[in-house]
Design a protein around this ligand. Structure first.
Ligand code: FA5
Length: 346
């Protein structure tokens, strides 16, 4: 510090240096620091103002001392800028990493295991049982044509049985189809035709899948549900084989205490036809599906000679079977996605 009344240029350098160091220390972030650095580099900055006067100092030794003070101040400022820059950018990087951090350990510390839905579990068990009985699994499309869903199954246009399937039609996706000929399949029976057309007898096939009807949901009905279709085509197949397979399946799937019965019924695609019921533990009966001997017209539509081969087919509701197996009161509960309900069966 100068003792004279007039502040010397060295004092000004000292003050400017302190101010600069203070501004550098006070910069809150890299952007603020860049602003400070730009102000210090400006030709009107306090230090540059002194530098501009250096040439006017007459006293050589004073000029030297001011020059020295200036270069020391510049060096100190440069160092302070670099140190603060390093400090701020390290802090900003750490902040960014913290902000963008993905906490993957959260999942590890509290695992939530999913499980197959009870309809999936039932389908897999059904497949196992039928594979054990010598069947193969086949699948068909959910979007079907009128031909496979009705016509090839002995239900020509205007057949009264069509109205029993409350069908959901969809807009034809190409000019090849007329209106009301493309639909969401109302049962898995169309897959029978597809299998007959692409496999050669003997055929022992099951065909599980999702089906659609304009049914109002209630305790035993859903508009989207699941069926499993069975088809056997071989030489000399009779109704007795059908009854035998149904009974073998009932015991394998539900247990030895269960038994099955067939009641006369009607389906256009089977003749004779039957409804298949199983007896619950309390002695009451529940209807699971339909079955019968494949109608000769259906064999022909599938490209099979009815003089040479006979066969049987069946179709059960999988959702109703899962409902029975797990004593679920209302089929709708299976589709509420309530985890408390679903976890009971995992
Ligand atoms: C049929 O769908 C025939 N295709 C079954 C068949 C196949 C008969 C082969 C002969 C030969 P049905 O409409 O009865 O038949 O349906 C079969 C089963 O699907 C019913 O017994 C029932 O278990 C189930 N089911 C029918 N509608 C619903 C629904 N809205 N919700 C849940 N399950 C249903």
């Amino acid at each position: 510090m100068s003792a004279s009344a007039q502040p010397s240029l060295r004092d000004e350098v000292g003050k400017a240096r302190e101010m600069a160091l203070g501004a550098i220390a006070g910069a809150a972030d890299s952007m603020g620091l860049r602003k400070v650095a730009a102000e210090l580099a400006h030709k009107q900055s306090a230090l540059n103002a002194v530098r501009a006067q250096l040439g006017k100092i007459a006293d050589a030794s004073e000029k030297k001392l001011v020059g020295q003070a200036l270069s020391e101040a510049s060096g100190a400022i440069e160092q302070a800028l670099a140190a603060r820059e390093a400090e701020l950018s390290a802090r900003e990087f750490a902040d960014q990493v913290a902000r963008e951090r993905m906490d993957l350990t959260e999942h590890l510390s509290a695992p939530q295991w999913g499980a197959a839905h009870i309809v999936t579990q039932a389908t897999e068990r059904l497949e196992d049982v039928f594979i054990g009985l010598g069947f193969q699994v086949a699948e068909g499309p959910e979007v079907e044509t009128d031909f496979y869903n009705f016509e090839a199954l002995n239900m020509p246009a205007s057949h009264p049985a069509r109205s029993e399937f409350d069908t959901m039609f969809i807009e034809p996706f190409s000019d090849d189809h007329e209106a009301n000929t493309v639909l969401l399949r109302t049962h898995t029976s169309p897959v029978q035709i597809r299998v007959m057309q692409s496999w050669k007898p003997p055929i022992y096939a099951i065909m599980p899948g999702r089906v659609f009807r304009r049914d109002t949901p209630d305790a035993t009905h859903m508009p989207v549900f699941h069926q499993i279709e069975g088809l056997v085509i071989d030489k000399g197949i009779t109704f007795a084989h059908l009854a035998g397979i149904i009974e073998a399946f009932t015991k394998a799937f539900f247990g030895n205490d269960f038994t099955s019965r067939l009641r006369p019924s009607f389906f256009p695609f089977t003749e004779p036809s039957a409804e298949f019921d199983i007896r619950r533990a309390n002695g009451s009966w529940i209807e699971l599906g339909g079955c019968g001997m494949v109608h000769p017209n259906v064999l022909r539509a599938g490209g099979i000679d009815p003089e040479e081969y006979t066969g049987f087919a069946f179709g059960f509701g999988i959702d109703r079977m899962a409902k029975e197996r797990h004593a679920v009161e209302d089929i709708r509960e299976m589709y509420t996605n309530d985890l408390r309900f679903l976890r009971q069966f995992s």
